[in-house]
Design a protein around this ligand. Structure first.
Ligand SMILES: Cc1cc2nc3c(=O)[nH]c(=O)nc-3n(C[C@H](O)[C@H](O)[C@H](O)COP(=O)(O)O)c2cc1C
Length: 326
């Protein structure tokens, strides 16, 4: 029998995590701030706030509101910018008791490349997650909504990542005529020049998904509830949408190319995380849950361990993609 806890060990494109529960970008401070309320040594990894090339104040308030079965945000990528990140925050990564994944946002390929190069220089960052739910200043649409622009972005990023793995975090909007498999395939098969012998020609992992574009209106003032007018919906309301995205992506492209998927959206309980795993995710991220109960990731870790044992698995990875369809 596996020693206590080892049953939950997972491997994300060579990045070994003690368990598959990750704190999501933008919901747990910049880095290690959550360590005051939850022992980060007991989660799989922490994703930083998305860092941009230049500092950003973000949108006007209100920029976070509660909705039925979730929350909406339009933070507008408020952050200190990559220079201050590298100078003031990166030195803390080595003493952060969880694996740290750097999140990157940008409005042009050059933006992403500049931040990725700076993060790759930080020895303690073993993976970067690129947030492609940002409008491309050149093309107008999001990188994540345009398979060609996304492949071009991945091709430009690959050569600057000599150490850090490349995780691509997609938007859930590719759930209709633009199928998630096409966007994920563009990222996985980008055809980039690998930086080293172990690196791939495209994304090392696919993260599904970011928040769902949404809007809420105050019927008394007749004004949008977010100053930005629209925002991104997260929490339980988006969970079944994200499960379908993971299922579709796993079956169509990720399984055959052995590309791990990270399931993101509405994980509040271990059952939500287990659903993602059965749909094809190797790990999950938790965001909105941290606003409800910042310690809830520990309950998810404990629940997943019991579940994996009850399913008779020696490793939780045996359950990835295990949904029974007949
Ligand atoms: C307040 C807030 C801020 C967020 N900031 C970021 C961010 O900076 N970068 C990013 O990629 N995702 C960001 N997200 C999206 C989350 O990382 C996650 O993809 C999304 O909330 C869905 O997961 P959840 O339902 O568990 O919250 C943010 C979400 C919230 C609620």
């Amino acid at each position: 029998m596996n020693p206590q806890g080892a049953i939950l060990n997972v491997n994300l494109a060579g990045l070994a995590l003690r368990n598959p529960v990750i704190l999501a970008a933008g919901t747990c401070g910049y880095l290690d701030e959550m360590n005051d309320v939850i022992d980060l040594a007991r989660v799989g990894a922490v994703v930083t706030k998305s860092i941009t090339r230049l500092p950003r104040d973000g949108n006007a308030t209100w920029r976070i509101i509660e909705t039925r079965s979730g929350m909406m945000n339009a933070i507008g990528l408020a952050n200190v910018g990559v220079e201050a990140f590298a100078r003031d925050l990166a030195p803390r990564i080595a003493s952060t008791p969880a694996t740290v994944i750097g999140s990157i946002a940008g409005f042009s390929i050059d933006d992403y490349v500049a931040v990725a190069a700076a993060m790759d220089d930080c020895d303690a960052i073993h993976a970067v997650e690129i947030n492609v739910s940002c409008p491309n200043v050149h093309g107008g649409t999001e990188f994540g909504a345009d398979p060609r622009a996304l492949a071009e972005l991945v091709r430009a990023l690959r050569p600057v990542l000599s150490r850090a793995r490349l995780f691509v975090k997609l938007s859930p909007i590719a759930n209709g005529p633009l199928a998630i498999k096409d966007v994920a395939k563009a990222a996985i098969d980008a055809g980039a020049q690998p930086a080293g012998p172990n690196s791939r020609p495209g994304a090392d992992a696919i993260c599904l998904a970011n928040t769902m574009p949404a809007m809420a209106i105050d019927v008394h003032t007749c004004r949008p509830r977010l100053a930005n007018i629209t925002g991104g919906l997260s929490g339980p309301a988006v969970h079944p949408i994200a499960v379908k995205l993971v299922h579709d992506c796993y079956r169509a492209v990720a399984k055959d190319s052995a590309t791990p998927i990270i399931g993101i959206g509405g994980v509040l309980t271990w059952q939500d995380a287990a659903e993602f795993i059965l749909a094809g995710a190797t790990a999950v991220e938790m965001g909105t849950a941290l606003f409800v109960d910042p310690r809830s990731p520990l309950n998810v870790v404990a629940g997943l361990e019991k579940w994996a044992r009850a399913q008779g698995a020696a490793s939780i990875t045996e359950l990835v993609g295990g949904v029974k369809l007949e």
